[in-house]
Design a protein around this ligand. Sequence first.
Ligand code: AMP
Length: 395
Amino acid sequence: MQLKSLESAELKGKKIVVRFDFNVPLSKTDPKTITDASRIDMAIPTIRLLLEKGASKITMISHLGRPDGKVDPQYSLEPVAVYLAKKLGTDVILSESAVDNGVKNLLQLPETKLVLLENIRFLPGEEKNDTELAEKLAQYGDIYVNDAFGAAHRKHASTHAINAFFKNRAYPGLLMKKEIECLGALLEKPAKPFVAVIGGAKVSDKIKTIEKMLVLVDTLLIGGAMAYPFLKAKGIEVGKSLCSEEDVSLAKQLLLADRGGKIQLPKDHLTSLEFGGAPLPCDGTSIPPEQMGLDIGPVTIKSYGDHLKTAKTIFWNGPMGLFENENFSRGTMSVAHAIAETEAFSVVGGGDSVAAVQQSGEADKFSHVSSGGGASLEYIERGQLPGVEALKFGV
Ligand code: AMP
C-alpha cells in the first residue's frame, strides 16, 4: 500500500501534531519507573526527523494504560516526558491536560519546541472518536503525523477523527511506515516457502489470524496451549492441559479447512503434574490424564526447526509454551534461535512473542519486530487498519 512520505514533506517552520504509542509498562512497585522503554525508543527517529526538517513546534499525543476517560495520576505520562527529555537532550514540557488553554499559550512562546500532552485517555472523547476533541487537538498544528502503529487498530479521536482536519496534510511516521511495509510484504507476494509459527494461549483469540495464514502459507506450525485443542479435535488425549470445548470446535473447523495439510502439530511435549511444577518429558503425542502440557518436546523442536530452515518468509506470533518459566521456555527460545539462523524475511508480532525474542537475544536478527500486538494481527487479518486508512483518505 502506498503511503505518503514524511521524509519528502515540507515541514520548515510548521507546527506538527504527532500521535505516538508511548504505552510503556511501568513498575508495579514504583509507577514512575518505566520497565521497558522500547516503544519510546522506536519513536525517536520520527521526532529527530521532524526536528531536522525544521518543524517549529512538535505537540506529541499518546495514551498510557486504561484510565477509562478519567484523570488517574498512576497513568500520567510524566515518566515518558522525563525519559524523552533525557534521550533527546532537550526540554519536553508535559501539559496539565491534553486540551487546556495553557497548551495554546505554551505553543506561542518562542522557546517552546516539544510539548507532550498529558494522557489522551484521561478525556472521555478519545475512545469515543469524538469530533470536538479531535478538532481541539488539530488546532495545535498545521500538519498531523501518526506514528502510533500499536493504536492504529482503534478508531479513536487522536488516531481517527483527527484526520478530517488535516486533509492532504496527514502523514505516517517512520515507524508506522516500516510496520505497514513489513507486514504488507507478508500479504503481498511473500517469497515461498512461507512458514508461520502460531502459539499462545487460545485458538479463539487468533482464529482469524490462523484462517488467514492457512491461505498465505505453505506450512503452519502450531505450538503453545493453542496446540491442545487441535490434538483433542483429532481424538488425541491432552490430559489436564489448557483446552476449552469452544477451542476444540474451532480447531475442528480449521482442520477441516486445511485441505492442503499445512497444519503441523506437536509430536511430543514437556508436561508437569501442576501449572509451573517440575517438568516431565512426554515422548508421545498424547498426554497422560494427570499431566498438563506446558512446552513442546525435543522431537517437535527439531521438526519445527527443520521446517523453518527451508523458509524464505516467516511470520511468528505466540510462544510455544509457558516461556515465562525457565523450565518451559526451551521450545520458544528454540524457535527464536531457528528463525534467527535463517536468511528468510522474518516478522514477529504480538506482545509475548516480542518479549520472547528479546529474551532470546536474537531480536536484531529478525527482519522486523512489530511494535503492535493487536494491531499487527489485525493488519494481517484485514490488510488494513482504521488509523492507517484514515491517514490515507481523510475521514
Ligand atoms: P498469547 O497472548 O495468546 O500469545 O498467549 C501467551 C501466553 O500463553 C503466555 O503467557 C504463555 O505462558 C501462555 N502459554 C503458552 N503455552 C502454554 C501452555 N502450554 N500452557 C499454559 N499457558 C501457555
